[in-house]
Design a protein around this ligand. Structure first.
Ligand code: NDP
Length: 256
């Protein structure tokens, strides 16, 4: 029996791959055999070097996903540089914090445009390629969207982030409905509290940090590498029959 988690020869496009969760996922997919197109604003030089050290191909694609303007170019450039796309990981995301009574239109649009609008249109651009490529071949393309605990919960002081991440949950299910029969699996990963730049202020706040740690059954912050296994699973043949699922990787946060 062949290894169902083997990604040798597959090409994965990952947004926001220069740091944090995106970098962790890029390295895990590369360790499983995939070549990597690292998409983002800041060139993912460290990620590309580490992927190449693993013996895989890696390319940087520069794109600011605060608008949908670059999405078709991202797909075209990945195909141009690496020959094809098998896997898309929509990871790039931002957060803005303020009370809902004071929340500005600018903070709403910035977050929803990056975390939801660009994700949908990148799914669409990659989806056209993947449906055409896989169709009814029996093999499958994969899209993995990075959701959040706030896909399931309300949170506080993060209205546009919560709206964007619960939107990701619905979108993941809708696209799975539409594309499961067309050779494309669409799923999501919902990370819990992961130690990255995104959460550095929370980690630095002693009181908040203690409250968070007390609330996580595993008793620790997640590390970007903790997302690797879930990403390899959802990117591989091991998850052929998994469609529209949102897989929590949260140290038990939602179990509480
Ligand atoms: P980081 O802030 O460490 O990384 C975010 C990534 O997104 C960076 O690569 C960043 O690029 C990229 N990005 C942001 N805006 C844009 C843009 N306009 N165009 C292109 N790339 C962009 O955060 P995390 O690694 O923590 O977050 C990754 C994902 O995981 C996000 O979607 C986040 O919402 C989600 N998540 C994180 C959790 C956590 O606890 N850390 C929990 C739940 C979900 P650049 O460096 O150039 O800004």
């Amino acid at each position: 029996m062949t290894n169902p988690f083997d990604l040798t020869g597959q090409v994965a496009v990952i947004t926001g791959a220069n740091t944090g969760i995106g970098q962790g996922i890029a390295l895990a997919l590369a360790a499983a055999g995939a070549d990597i197109a690292a998409v983002g604003r800041t060139p993912a030089e460290e990620t590309v070097r580490k992927v190449r050290d693993l013996g895989r191909r890696a390319e940087i694609i520069s794109a600011d996903l605060s608008t949908i303007e670059p999405v078709q170019r991202v797909v075209d450039e990945a195909v141009d540089k690496l020959g094809k796309i098998d896997i898309l990981v929509n990871n790039a995301g931002i957060i803005r914090r303020a009370d809902s009574l004071d929340f500005t239109e600018e903070d709403w649009d910035a977050v929803v445009d990056t975390n939801l609008k660009s994700v949908f249109f990148l799914c669409q651009a990659a989806g056209k390629f993947l449906v055409r490529r896989f169709g009814e071949t029996g093999e499958r393309g994969r899209i993995i969207n990075i959701a959040s605990m706030l896909t399931f919960q309300g949170g506080i002081r993060v209205p546009s982030y919560t709206a964007s991440k619960s939107g990701i949950g619905g979108l993941t299910k809708l696209l799975a409905n539409e594309w499961a029969g067309k050779g494309v699996n669409v799923n999501a990963i919902a990370p819990g509290y992961i130690a990255t730049n995104n959460t550095s202020a929370l980690q630095a706040d002693e009181t908040r940090n203690r409250q968070i740690l007390e609330r996580i059954p595993a008793g620790r912050w997640g590390d970007p590498q903790d997302l690797g296994g879930a990403a390899v699973f959802l990117a591989s043949r091991a998850s052929d029959y998994v469609q529209g699922h949102i897989l929590a990787v949260d140290g038990g946060w939602l179990a509480r």
